[in-house]
Design a protein around this ligand. Structure first.
Ligand code: BTN
Length: 252
């Protein structure tokens, strides 16, 4: 691995590895810095939700990235991170996780990992991106926002494994996905693999758009990482951010 794993900052406890990684990035931490905590006391999820991160219940860590890309290109990077985690879980546990667009990792129809990417940009160029990854290894407690649809690798039948091995596998797979992403600054080189893992593919979905919810069939993502939703009036590219997508019959 060229970038990751050289500097891993390990803590027994942090409020949030994303917050600490951001602090380090502001202080000039190089790309490849990893911040890992056995426990988070204020773990954060997307859209302001809490992410319960009990002591040694999962892998809670954040990566500092400094890609030389325009600010508008970063959302596809989150999808590349999801693919890397999917590969790593599959390699270490032998289980077959899928991805719920854009970046939830799903096993048995429930979420086993969430990713929170936060970026800092200046003059429309990315200064740094923090990719925070939370993998429920044996968690039994989940915050109320996630409880209904959450699971852990242990609950899904993973045999005991070395968590350090899973972390290194994620870093290795992320290195590969990141290099491919940087070549085109989009998902071109990862598209077929990502769409192959997409649990929503060819399923009916409800798009919760603040401008009005609608339904359609998810047909996969494009190079920009937008979900292509087929409606009666044609195919609509849906970008993540404000919008969330649910299966018509439940979480996926
Ligand atoms: C989500 O699905 O809403 C994203 C959850 C991301 C959780 C991880 S745990 C490590 C990192 N630190 C945080 O505070 N959040 C992310």
């Amino acid at each position: 691995m060229e970038r990751w794993g050289k500097r891993i900052c390990c803590y027994r406890e942090l409020p949030s590895t994303n917050t600490e990684a951001r602090r380090l990035a502001e202080a000039g931490a190089p790309e490849g810095t990893v911040v890992l905590a056995a426990k988070q006391t204020a773990g954060r999820g997307r859209r302001g939700r809490n992410w319960t991160s009990g002591e040694n219940a999962g892998l809670w860590f954040s990566l500092v990235l400094r890609p030389d890309i325009p600010a508008g290109r970063s959302s596809a990077l989150t999808l590349a991170a999801a693919l890397a985690v999917t590969r790593a879980i599959s390699r270490i546990t032998g289980l077959h996780p899928r991805i719920k667009w854009p970046n939830d990792i799903v096993l048995g129809g429930k979420k086993v990992c969430g990713i929170l990417t936060e970026q800092s940009a200046q003059a429309n160029a990315v200064k740094y991106i923090i990719a925070g990854i939370g993998i429920n290894v044996r968690s039994q407690e989940f915050s109320k926002e996630f409880a209904e649809h959450a699971t852990s690798l242990a609950e899904q039948g993973a045999e005991p494994f070395l968590e350090g091995a899973l972390l290194m596998a994620v870093l290795e797979e992320f290195e590969d996905c990141y290099v491919r992403y940087l070549k085109t600054q989009d998902l071109e080189l990862l598209l077929a693999e990502y769409n192959g893992c997409l649990v929503n593919r060819d399923r009916p979905v409800r798009v919760l758009d603040p401008a009005g919810a609608y339904e359609g069939i998810a047909r996969g993502v494009n190079r920009r990482g937008e979900l292509l939703v087929e409606r009666e009036d044609g195919i609509v590219p849906v970008s993540s951010g404000e919008v969330s997508v649910r299966g018509i019959y439940g979480y996926v």
